[in-house]
Structure formats: structure tokens, C-alpha cells
Design a protein around this ligand. Structure first.
Ligand code: SF4
Length: 299
């Protein structure tokens, strides 16, 4: 449908609500355009009386809710964001936390609002090469409505959906899992609970605990196919490890080498020494050696 035929009902910072009118050829054109918008990630529904009233034709109109996404970046193909799977990665801008070691500070703040269609076009452009999409950030769960909609649209083009999250918005995680819109979650658990709010610079500990509980339960029940707790570890925080490992019982645990200019990173051997007393398999990630399981499966 030519853009001029849309009637804009409402435009806000986060969404456009458009009316699809088709008085000349009512139902066919509306159905076709509604389907096209659905595939592109928009929500399509019947108009309410308040939104629209056009006499005999009103039943042939549809409301398209086109969300805006605060966009941070796009990687068309990645083999590191989801172990064993080629994916594309969408970075959503914005994060309320202030971790001193943040690797993506340029997308913690600011605004780059894009139509959801544009993001889905990026994802669609990778579709031939990938089997999944990972949403990362910033903090993707901050944009609940946009994330739910993008995940649903990704499902419709037959992609698996993964998420990297700091766990500050458990209600977004719950909604994603309840609707069956996520296959894999990597949850950052950044330190012991008693140090949490100081490290993040915002009150977050109760929300992250809730996220860990929700994801652990969903994983145990098979609702979530893959779930891992990721600890980015810096020198001086060695005693975080046993505490987080206890909280993450029964799920995959990743010890990731933290890199900062001001502190020498842990070596592979040092991380193995921290993992050894846990008496459980731990995935260790270092810049030098990539990811490996400790102890090795054959031992
Ligand atoms: S939660 Fe992640 S994106 Fe947010 S400040 Fe911390 S490291 Fe950066």
C-alpha cells in the first residue's frame, strides 16, 4: 500500500499507530497489508471505536502498532554470541546500570529511535546465513515492548532467539518465557548479593535474584532450552566465585576473564584454580584460549 494511504492515528516517542484504510477494496487489501506488517514485526489488531469509526467500512480497517526501537547496533553474523550456532546480534541501546568495566559504554545512554520494521529488515537480511538472533546491549530487557515484539517477529521467520541480560528487568524475562519467545538466556551475575548495588550503581539486587530464580525454574522445567550464568571476574573479586556458584546450582556457570587497562587479567591457570574447589564443570573464557570446560570432560 502506498504510504499516502495510511491514516496516522497517533505518534509517540516509542510507537506509531497507523490505520490501514481500504475503502475501495476493503477486506483483501487490508488483509494483505496487515499480513505484511505482521511479518515485519508490527502488532496488527482491530481498531477500537475510540480509535476509528468509519461507518460501514470500519470492520475492514486494521490498526498497525509500529514500535520504535532504541537501537544500539547490529552484527549480521556472529559465531561467538551463541555457542555452536551462527546468529545475528542486535544491540539495544540503554542501560540503567553503571558497571565500572562496561565494554559498551557508548550505547548505555542516548537515543537512536528506529522503526521496528527497520530492525526486522536487518535481521531478515541475515536470515540466509544464521539460525538465530541474539539480543544484547546495553540492556535489551529495558525495552520490554520492543523486545517482545522483535522476538515474536524473529520467531515468525523461524529464528531461534537468544538474550544477553543483566537481569534488572525480571518482568520482561518472565513475559518472554511465558510466551515461549526465548530459547537461550545468558544472565550476568556480577558479584555477591551484598555487593551488588554498589557495583551496579543502582538498586538491582532483588531484581537480579528474581531473574535468576525465574530462569533457573524455566530451565529446570524445560521451558528454557539453554541457560547460563556468566561471571566476569576481576582480580580482587575472587571470593565472589563460591558465592555465585552456590546461587547458580544446577545451571551452566561461565567464568569469564575480565579485561581492564588498570588491572592485570586473570590467567587461564588462575581461573582454573578458582574453579577447582567448586567441584562442578565450569566454562572458562579467556582472551588467549577462548572457551573450554574445566575440568575437561574426560577427567
Ligand atoms: S549492565 Fe552491562 S551494559 Fe549495563 S553498565 Fe553493566 S556492563 Fe554495561
Amino acid at each position: 500500500m502506498p504510504p499516502g494511504l495510511y491514516r496516522r492515528f497517533q505518534r509517540t516517542r516509542c510507537r506509531d499507530i497507523l490505520i490501514l484504510p481500504s475503502p475501495a477494496h476493503p477486506s483483501q487489501a487490508v488483509d494483505r497489508d496487515a499480513d505484511r506488517h505482521r511479518v515485519m514485526g508490527a502488532t496488527v489488531r482491530q481498531p477500537s471505536r475510540k480509535e476509528f469509526s468509519v461507518g460501514p467500512f470500519h470492520q475492514h480497517y486494521a490498526v498497525v502498532v509500529r514500535l520504535k526501537v532504541n537501537f544500539g547496533g547490529f552484527v549480521p553474523i556472529s559465531t561467538v554470541d551463541w555457542r555452536g550456532r551462527a546468529v545475528c546480534t542486535v544491540f539495544l541501546r540503554g542501560c540503567p546500570a553503571r558497571c565500572y568495566y562496561c565494554q559498551n559504554p557508548t550505547i548505555r545512554d542516548g537515543e537512536d529511535l528506529r522503526d521496528e520494521d527497520e530492525i526486522m529488515a536487518m535481521i531478515g537480511s541475515s536470515r540466509r546465513l544464521v539460525s538465530g538472533v541474539v539480543f544484547s546491549g546495553g540492556e535489551p530487557t529495558l525495552q520490554k515492548e520492543a523486545l517482545l515484539s522483535l522476538a515474536a517477529a524473529s520467531r515468525r521467520i523461524d529464528l531461534r532467539v537468544g538474550l544477553h541480560t543483566n537481569g534488572i528487568f525480571p518482568e520482561t524475562l518472565q513475559a518472554l518465557m511465558e510466551r515461549g519467545l526465548v530459547d537461550r538466556i545468558a544472565l550476568d551475575v556480577k558479584t555477591r548479593w551484598d555487593r551488588y548495588d554498589d557495583l551496579l550503581g543502582v538498586p538491582a539486587v532483588e531484581q537480579v535474584r528474581r531473574s535468576l530464580a525465574l530462569c533457573s525454574q524455566a530451565y529446570a522445567e524445560g521451558v528454557l532450552t539453554e541457560f547460563e550464568v556468566v561471571v566476569t571476574l576481576f582480580r580482587g573479586h575472587e571470593d565472589d566465585v563460591p558465592s555465585i556458584a552456590r546461587e547458580a546450582a544446577g545451571v551452566d556457570l561461565v567464568l569469564q576473564q575480565g579485561i581492564l587497562d588498570t588491572i592485570p587479567p586473570f590467567t587461564r591457570t588462575e581461573l582454573e584454580d578458582l574453579a577447582a574447589p567448586l567441584s562442578r564443570p565450569v566454562r572458562i573464557r579467556t582472551r588467549e584460549d577462548g572457551e573450554f570446560v574445566y575440568p575437561p570432560p574426560s577427567e
